[in-house]
Ligand binder design. Structure first.
Ligand code: PRP
Length: 214
């Protein structure tokens, strides 16, 4: 009997693309594709279960070992700072973490003592600006980050940019690129040892499918 393997998936588009990969491995994703109000979904035949959670909670479930695998964006992973094994770049969900603001920054912070960065990634922002030796004040927001500079709450934002249309629609531009982002497969450190064969089989299967996407 194969051990139960639990996947924590970031709800939404990343989960949909993960299902496509897993189905190629013969894992039935009918239940998690149609979850209703149910929180734990199964493929009983393969002994695989799924939890669909908020992206920022995926690293938490995997770190605590209640999920063996997680599928989550690199942005969320970096922000969490959790010591997970990042075993595979799944290549979908591509975007960039960027500093954005008005192209003409003159006088933006003239009336403020500190340079303000609006973001839902305070840890990434701190480490990025620490690396540049620049002191900043973080304004933590949880959505519509672009409003920061537009409404005068912050000088810049640190956020993900995919098509760039939200920035353009609000008269903002990318000022600095921080890093590339895509979905990653992460594994709990203990599961990697205790369920080694099954975990390895799934990683190898997913890697094979990802190679076909390129
Ligand atoms: C994300 C992100 C940007 C936007 C970037 O927001 O925070 O606002 O997408 O995508 P684009 O470059 O293709 O315009 P999301 O749509 O997740 O909503 P949110 O603002 O509520 O976080």
């Amino acid at each position: 009997m194969q051990p139960v393997i639990t996947f924590a998936l970031a709800k939404g588009r990343l989960a949909e693309q993960a299902f496509e990969l897993l189905e190629q491995l013969g894992i039935d994703c009918t239940e998690p594709r149609n979850p209703g109000r149910q929180l734990v979904l199964w493929d009983r035949k393969s002994n695989v279960r799924f939890i669909l959670v908020k992206p920022s909670d995926v690293p938490t479930y995997v770190d605590h070992g209640v999920a063996d695998f997680g599928v989550v964006g690199k942005d969320t992973l970096l922000e969490s700072g959790r010591p997970l094994y990042e075993v595979l770049d799944l290549t979908f969900g591509r975007c960039k973490l960027c500093i954005a603001g008005y192209a003409d920054q003159t006088n933006q912070s003239a009336t403020r003592a500190t340079f303000r960065v609006a973001t839902k990634y305070p840890n990434i922002a701190h480490s990025y600006y620490d690396g540049k030796g620049q002191t900043i004040e973080i304004i933590e927001l949880h959505g519509s980050i672009e409003l920061g500079p537009v409404i005068g709450l912050s000088d810049v934002i640190l956020d993900i940019v995919e098509s760039g249309s939200t920035l353009r629609a609000n008269g903002l531009s990318v000022l600095e690129e921080v890093c590339d982002v895509s979905a990653r497969l992460v594994v709990n450190r203990v599961s990697m040892k205790t369920k080694r064969d099954r975990i390895r089989q799934i990683i190898d299967g997913m890697a094979e499918q990802v190679a076909k996407l390129k």
